[in-house]
Design a protein around this ligand. Structure first.
Ligand SMILES: N[C@@H](CCC(=O)N[C@@H](CS)C(=O)NCC(=O)O)C(=O)O
Length: 204
């Protein structure tokens, strides 16, 4: 695939899911850290949303992580299962990861990242962790005893691996009662794509 550039932020869950997708697809990219003051104006000029990830392929600029994922699917045919029902399921879990799983986690991460430990608002952290845990039941039911959320590595694996990875880095565990989710996450971490794409700094 020709000339791909990704503006991203190591700890951004939307960016991480794109890095996972690209790695799993075996696609080489030039990665540019969006926090670098030298490139900030450059990528911000590319997107009206002023958010990363931003993917540039030759002259084409794509922002919004889910549009990027669909674009990668269109280019490769390998990010979504074949059957319409399974494709819908993959998209639903991806949306759930963005919209529901991310909500509680954000509270924990923003609180821990934004403040010295001595000043952490433990109530906010507890509230966020509880919300995260409460959202896991649905995922556990959807996964059941399968290896993947659909019949192959797909959008849910990219999206949730990034979310669970950030959760773990910020001290939020998947409770033991969700044994299947824990086993699934262990499998995801054992793939080459995990260490190759995980943020390498700034997680406390
Ligand atoms: N809906 C967007 C959300 C992306 C987003 O919120 N990105 C955050 C980082 S996690 C961002 O770029 N914030 C502005 C900044 O970092 O300057 C997507 O899926 O791409």
């Amino acid at each position: 695939m020709s000339n791909l550039r990704l503006y991203d932020k190591p700890e951004c869950p939307f960016c991480w899911k794109i890095r996972l997708a690209l790695f799993e697809l075996g696609v080489d990219i030039e990665r540019i850290d969006s926090a670098d003051p030298a490139t900030r104006a450059q990528w911000q000029a590319l997107t009206p949303r002023k958010t990363v990830p931003v993917l540039v392929r030759d002259e084409r600029v794509i922002y919004e992580s889910n549009v990027i994922l669909e674009y990668l699917q269109d280019l490769t045919g390998q990010l979504l299962p074949k059957a319409p029902d399974a494709r819908a399921q993959a998209r639903l879990i991806n949306a759930y990861s963005d919209g529901v799983i991310g909500t509680g986690l954000r509270e924990v991460i923003f609180e821990k990242r934004g403040n010295p430990q001595a000043h952490w608002n433990m109530e906010r952290i507890k509230r966020g962790s509880t919300q995260f845990e409460a959202a896991l039941g649905y995922l556990a039911d959807q996964l059941g005893d399968k290896t993947f959320f659909t019949d192959s590595y797909s959008l849910p694996e990219c999206a949730l691996t990034a979310r669970f990875g950030l959760a773990e880095a910020y001290g939020v565990e998947i409770p033991e009662r969700f044994e299947n989710l824990r086993a699934w996450f262990s499998q995801m971490k054992a793939r080459e794509s995990y260490p190759a794409t995980a943020p390498k700094h700034s997680i406390n």
